[in-house]
Design a protein around this ligand. Structure first.
Ligand code: 5AD
Length: 430
């Protein structure tokens, strides 16, 4: 997972290959993999070829897929029809129907949508967003693995459970060897195709250490690597890219500099944004976004957050509710409601119809149905926790985050959910 299915190479021109997936054509780059020829089977993720797949193995996997591919598509087609039941506010339903047909929303429209409190309106928004998701992106849903390898952090963000001055938590870090082992297991045993390696801003890992970890993971298994290691230097990011990292997850947390300043006593808004821009220039795919429910945040701020992510050409929109974390200055903050989150996901989908929108693990905290409802409101990406159990308990960014479900259980329930709503846990590349 992305439980991508293998594709068959149709043509190779220099670094560029065309790949066929049951008659659908996608492009990808070889990303340094040599000797690829027409007829080879490969896994591609986000337009990068990550691994060649032996013929026999590919045919076997495709055979399994062939049976379910069309069924899943049909199910999604059925479940993502534009909603029929229109809300009483006819103006709002007309607005959303126009949006579904590609009309742009004004700031006034967006504010109206975000401030809706009526269940029928929120349902109509979600259904419309889901139909847009379907039209632009079909039924693919990415399922990345997240490996949390250190909860030491030099920063002191007011909402974060692993902030430096929270003395009430146990700190833990994995060794490079443990990180590589856990990654290889996630990829080779569990089938993940994209991994996010995440830690606090932990400088006991030198730049050399991080670069070496990327190099070892990349050379030990065919996987697309995203790094989420905070505000390391440009030089460090450049070297990690050279070692094989292709994505970076770094939230800007809020696009409002004033709110940022109040919540982040140890880091600077402009530097963070500048770093995001330079990561994009280096070629990183950027996963970014903000936190919903920050003190002082307005709906206007949220619209600007989405715009900022779009300006950064986010490959993945990672927006999350703030979950009050004990031992932090925001421990008594109000948890946003699932409705707030559903509206946010829908509005992202309206503003950026082809966005890859992550249903974050914090969103999943909001209700047992949160994952499904978010996927049905335009979300199309998930992350599963591949961190070894012993470490998982310590990575408490916020309460309730820790899942005791084994990876096998998480995969099983995820696949079942995706099947039930017609989504293919696959990434067909670009
Ligand atoms: N609630 C939700 N998300 C949080 N993060 C940190 N603390 C919290 C919290 N209390 C998120 C931040 C950070 C990411 C690694 O975890 O957005 O970027």
């Amino acid at each position: 997972m992305c439980y991508a299915m293998p594709g068959k190479i149709e043509s190779v021109e220099g670094d560029h290959v065309a790949i066929d997936y049951f008659g659908q054509r996608r492009e990808a780059v070889t990303d340094g993999m040599e000797g690829l020829v027409k007829g080879d089977y490969v896994y591609a993720q986000n337009g990068f070829i990550i691994r060649k797949v032996p013929h026999d193995e590919a045919l076997e996997i495709l055979e399994t897929w062939r049976g379910v591919f069309d069924k899943l598509k049909a199910e999604d087609e059925k479940q993502s029809q534009p909603p029929e039941k229109q809300p009483a506010d006819r103006e709002l339903s007309r607005l959303l129907l126009r949006t579904a047909n590609g009309a742009r929303l004004t700031d006034g429209n967006l504010l109206r949508l975000l401030s809706s409190t009526k269940a029928e309106e929120i349902e109509f928004m979600a259904g419309t967003a889901n139909s847009i998701r379907h039209r632009w992106l079909d039924n693919s849903c990415c399922v990345h693995g997240i490996l949390e390898f250190s909860n030491f952090c030099k920063h002191d963000c007011l909402y974060c459970g692993i902030r430096a001055s929270n003395k009430s938590i146990r700190r833990m870090r994995l060794t490079a060897g443990e990180i590589v082992r856990a990654s290889v297991e996630a990829v080779n045993v569990h089938g993940f195709k994209t991994l996010l390696l995440q830690s606090g801003d932990d400088y006991s890992f030198s730049d050399d250490d991080l670069v070496e970890i990327v190099r070892r993971v990349r050379s030990s298994c065919g996987v697309l690597i995203f790094m989420s290691v905070g505000e390391r230097s440009e030089e460090c990011y450049r070297r990690m890219y050279a070692a094989g990292a292709r994505g970076a997850l770094l939230r800007f947390e809020t696009s409002n500099p004033e709110i940022y300043r109040k919540l982040h006593p140890t880091s600077d808004y402009n530097e963070r944004i500048a770093l995001l821009h330079s990561l994009a220039r280096m070629g990183y795919m950027i996963a970014t976004g903000s936190l919903l429910g920050l003190p002082g945040q307005t709906h206007r701020d949220i619209i600007e957050d989405i715009r900022l992510a779009a300006t950064l050409k986010a490959e993945m929109y990672s927006f999350s509710p703030i979950v009050p974390s004990p031992g932090t200055p925001l421990e008594n903050a109000a948890l946003p409601t699932l409705d707030e989150m559903i509206k946010l996901i829908s509005v992202i989908r309206f503003m950026v119809p082809n966005a890859r929108i992550l249903v974050t693990t914090a969103t999943e905290q909001l209700s047992p149905k949160a994952r499904e409802l978010s996927l049905k409101a335009g979300g199309n990406s998930l992350m599963l926790n591949v961190t070894p159990q012993a470490m998982r308990a310590e990575y408490n960014l916020y309460p309730g985050k820790v899942t005791s479900d084994s990876l096998q259980e998480q995969i099983h329930s995820t696949i079942e959910l995706l099947k039930s709503i017609g989504r293919a846990p696959t990434d067909l590349g670009r």
